[in-house]
Design a binder for this molecule. Structure first.
Ligand code: SF4
Ligand code: SF4
Length: 130
């Protein structure tokens, strides 16, 4: 399972140490009608803006609680969600919406919405029709 590093500190799932406390994240094309051809066209759909306590409640059903609690006390504790990815134009994409990279990195500091985030590990699959 790929390790997830994320710097999107405006997300309810963000844990210090650039970790993600979600149970599962969905990486998708920003525009479902168009295959991503670069990192900017991907997004973490699981992003939920940490505006107020209600956003935490809204995303509470998708929290890796054990990891979040252990991660909160130990900055070195490895916390990583499972990944479901629909970006088939990426060379790390595998049949069944899995990601076969060893690790991925999500960026988009100060993001306000999912579209501001990117999977920067995306690498265009050779010869993939877009
Ligand atoms: S943006 Fe995605 S990867 Fe980053 S903390 Fe939020 S849910 Fe996790
Ligand atoms: S590296 Fe590629 S396959 Fe893996 S999550 Fe990112 S876009 Fe999806």
């Amino acid at each position: 399972m790929p390790e997830v590093k994320c710097i999107v500190d405006t997300c309810t799932h963000y844990l210090y140490g650039d970790r993600c406390g979600a149970g599962n994240i969905d990486i998708m094309h920003e525009n479902e009608q168009k295959m991503s051809v670069n990192q900017e066209q991907t997004m973490c759909k699981t992003f939920s803006h940490a505006r107020n306590v209600f956003s935490y409640l809204g995303s509470a059903d998708n929290v890796n609680w054990a990891g979040t609690v252990l991660g909160a006390v130990n900055p070195d504790y490895k916390v990583s969600p499972t990944i479901e990815c629909t970006v088939a134009s990426c060379k790390y994409w595998g049949e069944g919406s899995i990601c076969i990279a060893e690790a991925i990195e999500v960026n988009g500091a100060n993001s306000n919405e999912c579209q501001d985030t990117n999977c920067i590990t995306f690498s265009r699959r050779d010869g993939h029709a877009v």
